[in-house]
Design a binder for this molecule. Structure first.
Ligand SMILES: Cc1ncc(COP(=O)(O)O)c(C=O)c1O
Length: 398
């Protein structure tokens, strides 16, 4: 079996997470449909699986791959959804804590933090992650208030938690991860990065200094818009144990079939991500020249404010881009309705190209332009995608 250090990620996603190489062993792990497991006598507290809320062998292949790609020394933990994985981290904060979170972050992550604030558990500070000095200042203030230092961190109950997305959803802002994460470590601020928009192939936040990484595996990792799943990766034992405890007691476990689909999907991750990034770059460049498009946001464009940072910490720029149309909301929706190759739907990271006016969600903040359209670029022909979009934009003139 391969190990993430002796082969390239392209090989690793294909070869890891398979059954032990014994004669007649299946090439793929079987789906284990059992809610309970036969015990041993005497009890083996380390190896006994006991009950399927604690453990299921079907989870292991996918967890091994994500942990390996992220460079985590603790096992990966998969969850019923990205949000279940995120909750297993955010729920760790104790009463009197502070959560620092980007002003543009995935809506439901913000909702969890807001719920914690409403219930008097945590203060919530919103960050402009493009402004590194202000992020550091906010961390310093929170760490000082909480009496934190690098020596007194309880990772299982972080008093100050820095929550990052980079690039953010949906504005695609890019944080200076190495600088911000190093400062967090010095201050005793526990750092978590939602790495969904990059995928572990393009960015490995643990290697840049994060304490824990979470993914909505629903997106790039599973890759086919047919499964909801989440996953976490860490090299910190206390964080791993706390997240495992959360999963086991709250029960947001992945179904075995979903885990199997995610493992099947992740086998083609490198091919899919490579092609989708190439398509996204092509489209971003073409759209920049289109008169009906007021703005293109994509860290892969040399003119994008996050370009230099993204180039330094990512190996490619992802397959999500945003365009702001020179149109009102009604016209923007009409353009979306005219598309034939693109599907009007939320989500990202799948093989098919999706398009969504983000402000259709009431929870998206007013700082996101009403005619901003998020494009999740798939692996179809870039020419077909471009021509379909241009055809739909032509309707604006009528
Ligand atoms: C950045 C990000 N994080 C987390 C999630 C939530 O993941 P899930 O839908 O798998 O619960 C999403 C979903 O869109 C997302 O975009």
């Amino acid at each position: 079996m391969s190990n993430s250090e002796n082969v390239t990620p392209e090989t690793y996603v294909v070869s890891a997470g398979r059954p032990a190489p014994e004669h007649d062993a299946p090439v793929n792990p079987p789906i284990v449909l059992s809610s309970t497991f036969r015990g041993s006598v005497p009890v083996d507290p380390v190896n006994d699986k006991v009950y399927a809320r604690f453990n299921n062998p079907t989870w292991e292949g996918f967890e091994e791959i994500v942990a390996g790609l992220e460079g985590a020394s603790e096992p990966g933990l998969s969850f019923a959804s990205g949000m279940a994985a995120i909750a297993s981290v955010l729920d760790l904060v104790p009463v009197g804590s502070t959560i620092l979170m980007p002003k543009h972050a995935y809506m439901a992550s913000v909702t969890i933090a807001e719920d914690l604030r409403r219930r008097g558990i945590a203060e919530l500070v919103r960050l402009d992650i493009e402004d590194t000095d202000s992020v550091i200042e906010a961390m310093r203030a929170a760490a000082t208030d909480a009496g934190m230092s690098a020596e007194n961190v309880d990772y299982s109950a972080p008093k100050v938690l820095l929550w990052l997305e980079s690039p953010t959803n949906p504005m695609l802002e890019v944080a200076d991860l190495p600088t911000v994460l190093a400062e967090a470590r010095k201050l005793g601020v526990v750092s978590a990065v939602d790495n969904t928009f990059a995928s572990p192939l393009l960015q490995q936040p643990l290697k840049l200094g994060a304490d824990v990484v979470v993914h909505s595996a629903t997106k790039y990792l599973a890759g086919h818009s047919d499964v909801l799943l989440g996953v976490t990766a860490t090299s910190n034992r206390a964080l791993y144990e706390a997240m495992l405890h959360h999963r086991t007691t709250n029960g947001a476990i992945p179904g075995p079939f979903e885990s199997w689909l995610a493992l099947r999907g992740v086998r083609t991750l490198s091919l899919r991500v490579e092609k989708a990034c190439e398509n996204a770059r092509f489209l971003a460049e073409k759209f920049q020249q289109h008169p009906a498009i007021r703005e293109v946001r994509y860290p892969g464009l040399a003119t994008d404010p996050g370009h230099e940072r993204a180039a330094a910490q990512m190996s490619d720029f992802g397959s999500v881009l945003c365009v702001v149309l020179d149109a009102d909301v009604e016209q923007t929706e009409r353009v979306i309705d005219q598309l034939q190759v693109w599907t009007p739907a939320t989500s990202l990271g799948g093989v098919e190209s999706l398009v969504e006016r983000r402000r259709r969600h009431g929870k998206e903040p007013a700082s996101i332009p009403p005619s901003l359209v998020r494009l999740s670029v798939g692996i179809e022909s870039a020419d077909d995608l471009y021509e379909d979009f241009v055809r739909a934009l032509a309707g604006l003139d009528k």
